[in-house]
Design a protein around this ligand. Structure first.
Ligand SMILES: NC(=O)c1ccc[n+]([C@@H]2O[C@H](COP(=O)([O-])OP(=O)(O)OC[C@H]3O[C@@H](n4cnc5c(N)ncnc54)[C@H](OP(=O)(O)O)[C@@H]3O)[C@@H](O)[C@H]2O)c1
Length: 267
């Protein structure tokens, strides 16, 4: 018998998780819960079971994803606490630590994850960390689900702020890079669609090269840099810019913000 899955909160990330599970062939029963009827109607059209009642969703499921904003998570946990003992509860909420979640649902098996929006196209990098009562068998069940969203990796919880800043928010930074490359294409006379497709696919392909070949990015850079050729002209320009420092500063600022939000949440 396969685990049945509830997803509570079906906005950007909860919706991406549901769509990705369906699209990638996950045949487990899925039930979606949200306070916004319009969100549920859209999912019903895709054949997903829905409810406006979080407790009902939790009681009918073995694994419960919670994908509401960090400020709403306490309320959701209070509502479902009687129905989650011994079940896997997977929190998607940025900044909210395992210890905080455990206060509300001490007998649940809690997993905290940080995916990114690329889950929509089964290309998320999802970091996860587990409460102490999550055993190897539970982890296998979690990994099986997270693999439907892209790739996943277990991390120590102390890295979650940095992960949130790097890969959780990362699609935002890389969109700026793709947009910049697209404009560069326009500047050198490419039609708009060709400029956009070639930029986006090149970012995607470069990531795939690093991952599939398990090569350092510097090696990929060397692979395309012919002495006296075109690439070195461009790299020379880039090295004179502040691009590396800008990205490092951006991720550091987002990491600090993640820490600050937790302090403000008082968790
Ligand atoms: N978006 C990302 O790229 C991303 C990446 C990684 C992690 N996350 C995390 O994922 C979580 C969800 O983010 P999101 O961007 O998907 O937010 P979102 O689009 O606002 O979705 C949250 C949904 O949950 C609903 N909701 C609020 N209170 C609820 C309750 N008590 N019961 C059931 N549903 C409730 C919201 O309704 P209302 O809109 O009416 O409040 C909304 O439909 C956050 O904790 C965030 O930190 C997001």
């Amino acid at each position: 018998m396969k685990d049945s899955i509830a997803v509570i909160g079906t906005g950007m990330m909860g919706g991406a998780i549901i769509k990705s599970l369906k699209k990638s062939g996950c045949s487990n029963k899925i039930i979606a819960a949200d306070i916004r009827p319009k969100r549920l109607q859209e999912l019903e059209k895709m054949g997903i079971l829905t409810t406006a009642n979080n407790l009902e969703a939790a009681s009918n499921s073995d694994i419960i994803f919670i994908s509401v904003k960090p400020s709403d998570i306490g309320n959701v946990l209070k509502t479902i606490k009687t129905e989650v003992d011994g079940k896997l509860v997977i929190s998607v909420a940025a900044t909210v630590p395992l210890n905080f979640l455990k206060k509300f649902i001490p007998k649940a098996k809690i997993v905290r994850i940080m995916p990114n929006v690329a889950a929509l196209v089964q290309a998320s990098y999802t970091a996860y960390c587990c409460g102490e009562n999550v055993n190897q068998k539970d982890k296998k069940r979690v990994i099986e689900l997270l693999n439907f969203l892209g790739i996943c990796e277990e991390v120590d919880e102390k890295y979650m702020d940095a992960i949130t800043a790097l890969s959780g928010s990362g699609p935002g930074y890389l969109s700026i890079i793709i947009e910049s490359l697209m404009y560069a294409g326009l500047k050198v006379g490419l039609p708009r669609t060709i400029a956009l497709n070639s930029s986006a696919q090149t970012v995607l392909g470069t990531g795939k090269l690093v991952l599939d070949l398990q090569e350092h990015p510097a090696k990929i850079k060397d692979m395309v840099t012919t002495p006296g050729g075109t690439t070195i002209e461009a790299i020379y320009e880039l090295e004179g810019s502040q691009i590396r420092q800008a990205l490092m500063n951006a991720v550091e600022a987002a990491t600090k913000k993640s820490q600050l939000i937790r302090e403000k949440l008082n968790v």
